[in-house]
Design a binder for this molecule. Structure first.
Ligand code: GAP
Length: 456
């Protein structure tokens, strides 16, 4: 049934625009670099991704608590964290015709891959000579109040993690948790990225799903391994094909300033293997930096062992938009039907699908629309539903396939006689006859079942 992997980034971008998942922001003004808006189906899909992350962090375990910290923190947070001094990319500018800016490290990596000398790189666009590299800080600056002086400068957070570290003491005091325990947060982060974005893979503003897990130092290695496996499994449990996913340990020279060891979960995007999420061993870098910067003691005192220590941190840091893109790419399929027609279908995990059930009257008369609406209302509590009576039933099935709706319920002549409907499966295309009264339990039961991609 599943065809060869036909997905390309262009097809994903086109589908997202056509069906209103995601489209360029400020488009009537010509758009703005690396910035996108999410439409109806995109919001529903991304909300489901976030709900599954919260479920894995909070509902499925009892050693993680939630937080929603401010985007604009005290500027000294970024001084202590090292972001003001070190969160920068080496930028070069073309001195030839095009004057474009590039990231030197990216140009050099590409040169090494082509077997060329990285010290001789030139502008990829016009071949011009490049300027000396200059460190370019990725944080967006703004100001509090009406007078722009140095005291009023603040930054939009480039990661959600620091809000967790600066609240560690407060959360520890009220959550009745002790290490090992975690603090999880989802929220927007902002980076003045200067590289081409590849759609929502790399944007100026994006949502992160980050969890800082505070552990006794002696247990840190075990917990690092625990979280690498747990986070890899999260993606496969949500249907991502295992052969399109890998864990890649960072080389020593790739490690961030805070990390003593990081492994990335990578996905095989159409642009090649790329990072979805990093699982870093941050040691006591952050708590120690904020303890020093703020003067507040951030140690944990264990009343049993009478030990006082700074917990070490294991951090699974995922991108919500990037995960959404990976789920879309992994789900995209084209299937040749009898007669040579091709149907485009998003084979999303049913729990991720924006709409769970579409209810369709076969014809717009004989009481079918009324009954279909009644059925739709009975399913609202089970999940997101949609009612659609526009166009031929074949066209309506195709529309639902394109947005990944796992089940279509069709009301026909027989429904009015015996209160049964057909339930069409998005992936197998099988149709079964089911009593209307059994529908909510049937759909709820299927949503709770394990699911594997038919593309696997
Ligand atoms: N607190 C650690 C941290 O922020 P990171 O690897 O820089 O680590 C974590 O970011 C995740 O956030 C990445 O794996 C990626 O999924 C996502 N991310 C980072 N920058 C992004 C960007 N410009 N656009 C979209 N997602 C991004």
């Amino acid at each position: 049934m599943a065809s060869a992997d036909v997905v390309t980034m262009d097809k994903i971008v086109a589908l997202c625009k056509r069906r209103g998942f995601v489209f360029p922001a400020s488009e009537i003004y010509g758009g703005i670099a690396n910035t996108y808006d999410y439409g109806h189906y995109g919001v529903l899909l991304k909300n489901n991704v976030k709900a599954e992350w919260w479920r894995a962090m909070l509902q499925d375990r009892d050693d993680v608590v939630a937080l929603d910290s401010a985007i604009i923190q005290h500027p000294r947070v970024w001084e202590s964290s090292g972001h003001l001094a070190g969160f920068s990319d080496p930028l070069v500018q073309c001195l030839g015709e095009c004057k474009k800016r590039w990231r030197l490290d990216h140009l050099q990596e590409a040169a090494v891959e082509r077997g060329e000398d990285p010290s001789l790189v030139r502008c990829p666009q016009c071949g011009g000579e490049l300027s000396e590299p200059r460190d370019f800080n990725l944080m967006f600056k703004t100001q509090i109040g009406t007078v722009a002086d140095t005291g009023s400068t603040v930054y939009l957070r480039p990661e959600t993690a620091q809000g967790i570290f600066v609240d560690f003491k407060q959360v520890l005091a009220v959550s009745r948790k002790k290490p090992p325990f975690g603090i999880a947060q989802i929220g927007k982060s902002f980076r003045n990225e200067i590289t081409p974005g590849n759609f929502i893979f790399r944007t100026l503003e994006f949502e992160q799903m980050e969890m800082e897990f505070f552990v006794p130092p002696a247990e840190s290695q075990t917990w690092h391994e625990h979280w690498m496996k747990a986070r890899f499994d999260w993606y496969t449990d949500l249907g991502v094909r295992e052969d399109h996913l890998r864990l890649r340990p960072h080389e020593q020279d790739e490690l961030s300033h805070y990390s003593s060891g990081t492994s990335d979960v990578e996905y095989l995007f159409p642009i090649g293997w790329s990072e979805l999420e990093g699982i870093a061993h941050r040691g006591d870098y952050d708590l120690s930096a904020h303890q020093q910067g703020s003067g507040e003691k951030l140690e944990y005192f264990d009343p049993q062992t009478r030990e006082r220590y700074l917990p070490h941190v294991i951090e699974p840091a995922a991108g919500c938009d990037r995960a959404t893109l990976a789920f879309l790419v992994d789900a995209y399929d084209e299937e040749e039907l009898e007669g040579g027609d091709v149907r485009t279908v998003l084979r999303l995990h049913p729990r991720l699908a924006p709409v769970k059930v579409a209810v369709l009257p076969l014809v717009k008369k004989d009481g079918q629309p009324e009954l279909a609406r009644e059925i739709r209302d009975s399913l609202r509590r089970v999940g997101q539903t949609e009612y659609d009576e526009g166009g031929s039933v074949g066209k309506r099935y195709r529309r639902q396939d394109e947005v990944g709706t796992p089940w279509c319920v069709t009301v026909d002549h027989q429904t009015l006689e015996d209160r049964t409907v057909t339930v069409r499966d998005r992936d197998t295309l099988e149709q079964e006859r089911v009593a209307i009264d059994d529908l909510p339990a049937l759909i709820a039961g299927r949503l709770a079942q394990p699911w594997r991609s038919p593309k696997a």
